[in-house]
Write a protein of this length. Sequence first.
Length: 121
Amino acid sequence: MPRLRQGAAERPAPMTIEGPPPPLLTPEEAARTLGIGEDTLREMRRSGELPYINIGRGKKRETPRYDLEDLLAWKSRRKKVACPSSSERKHATASIPTTSSSVVADFRAALEKRRSAKHSL
C-alpha cells in the first residue's frame, strides 16, 4: 500500500460500473412504462416536464430516448395521497328556514292554462 504524505487525505476509490448500463427506452416503451399514450409522452417532452436524450444526429427531427430512472423519478413526483380529512368529508344537510318571498313558478301549468284559454275562444 502506498504511503500517504502527512496531512494528505485518502482519495475515495474510483466509481466502477458493474454490468452493462440500462438501455434507453424508446417512446413506445416509455409510454407503456408510464401507462400513458405516446402523444401525451410527446407533449410532456416538448413542454419540458419529462427529460429525454436525443440520440439523433439530425437537426430537423429528434430521436428521443428515455432513461428509466427519469421516468421513475417523474412517477414519484406525480404520486399523490388523498387527504383523509378532505376525501371522506360528509356534507350535512341542514334545514334552514328562508325569508325569501319568491314563489316557484310552474311553467308547465301556466303553458297548459294559456293553451286551454286559446282553444276556448
